[in-house]
Design a protein around this ligand. Structure first.
Ligand SMILES: C[S@@+](CC[C@H](N)C(=O)[O-])C[C@H]1O[C@@H](n2cnc3c(N)ncnc32)[C@H](O)[C@@H]1O
Length: 357
């Protein structure tokens, strides 16, 4: 299988790589030898697998076909580049450019990125026939990423812009509530739960409808539940604004779900701060909703839920996923993964992925 690499957003340490892998799994692409660097995921997979990542991912910036990995010093890079067959990807008559991105300040003493772009450009020009450099409008771009004291170089396959996510950020929606989740995070959660075209996703605490909107953008069918009428009305308004027709929006209690079967659950329960737990506690709500969604899922299907890790004024930590681990296991879920999202000093969100055993 070809070697690919993905340049990832630095917004979170572990979510972006997990998201790419989950997209490949959801879309039925095999992958092997996944290796994570700071903001880069390398793996072997069919080149076609890049397409769903481009369409679905919230946290991927570029997908590329890997050509070589070298230590991040000029001697090693020049040597490795001289052993690389650029002719296989750059054909006579084609124009190209070399772009080097440095993650953080890796190898900043050893490598000047502009000098390296020039050096590699010359090497590629000399080792191919009838090709030319075009910095303004290249037909092909060789992208090198300096990360973890390595240079990973490849042929760029796709660029991914996050512009569309910013058009759907909470404050851009006609119905805003401070508890709304960022659209990128909601999309990532749908991906982690293996949502795909035509699958039915449920958000039992749908709030302003962020997860329903993000799920619909990748072709899922969506149903939402909220116990507050104004949230259901607000979600309806937001969906209409984006021309989305949900399969169902129901004013109901998430602990008693009026559904028979769904394919995945993506949700963000209230923590009792910007959104109310309506006379219950977050812990009790989480326990009850995990029990009520269990019966709606089939074996192997997933729930992705954002749980709080809270620190009170005495410095005591309330780590919900850890406290409830035994209970959740006992219900019949297995824990697939956990990702931390720092919100502020006293709150970290933990994105948990559970699968029905
Ligand atoms: C954190 S907000 C969800 C925000 C949502 N993810 C968004 O991006 O807009 C939690 C929601 O749970 C709802 N809620 C609280 N208790 C509930 C219950 N027992 N059943 C259903 N919804 C409930 C609240 O009305 C609130 O809208």
């Amino acid at each position: 299988m070809p070697k690919l690499f993905f340049l990832l957003s630095g917004e979170n340490e572990s979510l972006p790589a997990a998201e790419v892998k989950a997209i490949l799994e959801a879309e039925g692409y095999q992958y092997a030898n996944a290796q994570e660097f700071d903001q880069v995921l390398r793996l072997e997979a069919e080149v076609g697998s890049v397409q769903p990542v481009q369409v679905r991912s919230a946290y991927t910036r570029v997908c590329a076909l890997e050509l070589f990995v070298s230590n991040a010093n000029l001697t090693d890079i020049v040597k490795t580049a001289s052993e690389t067959d650029f002719k296989a990807v750059l054909h006579p008559g084609e124009s190209f450019a070399v772009r080097i991105n440095r993650i953080k300040n890796y190898a900043d003493e050893a490598i000047n990125t502009m000098v390296l772009e020039g050096k590699l450009g010359k090497q590629i020009l000399d080792s191919t026939e009838g090709t030319k450099v075009s910095l303004k409008n290249p037909e092909k771009t060789f992208l090198g990423i300096i990360t973890n004291e390595k240079l990973i170089l490849g042929l760029k396959l796709t660029d991914i812009t996050s512009k569309t996510f910013s058009e759907r950020r909470p404050r851009k929606k006609p119905f805003f509530h401070p508890s709304a989740m960022p659209s990128k995070m909601a999309r990532c959660m749908v991906n982690l739960a293996h949502g795909k075209a035509e699958s039915l996703v449920l958000d039992p605490f749908c709030g302003t409808g962020t997860s329903l909107i993000e799920a619909t953008y990748i072709g899922c069918r969506a149903v939402g539940v909220d116990a507050q009428r104004r949230m259901i009305m607000g979600t309806r308004k937001n969906l209409r604004f984006f021309n989305i027709a949900a399969e169902g929006l129901v004013l109901a209690d998430a602990r008693h779900l009026p559904f028979f079967k769904v394919d995945l659950v993506v949700t963000d329960p209230p923590y009792g701060r910007s959104s109310s737990t309506l006379k219950s506690t977050t812990k009790q709500l989480v326990q009850d909703v995990l029990a009520s969604t269990y019966g709606l899922l089939s074996v192997g299907q997933r729930i992705c839920i954002a749980l709080p890790i809270m620190v009170n004024q005495h410095g005591e930590i309330d780590h919900m996923a850890k406290d409830l681990a035994g209970y959740i296991e006992g219900l019949g879920y297995k824990t697939i993964e956990s990702h931390l999202v720092f919100i502020h000093r006293s709150l970290t969100r933990e994105i948990m992925v559970y699968e029905k055993k």
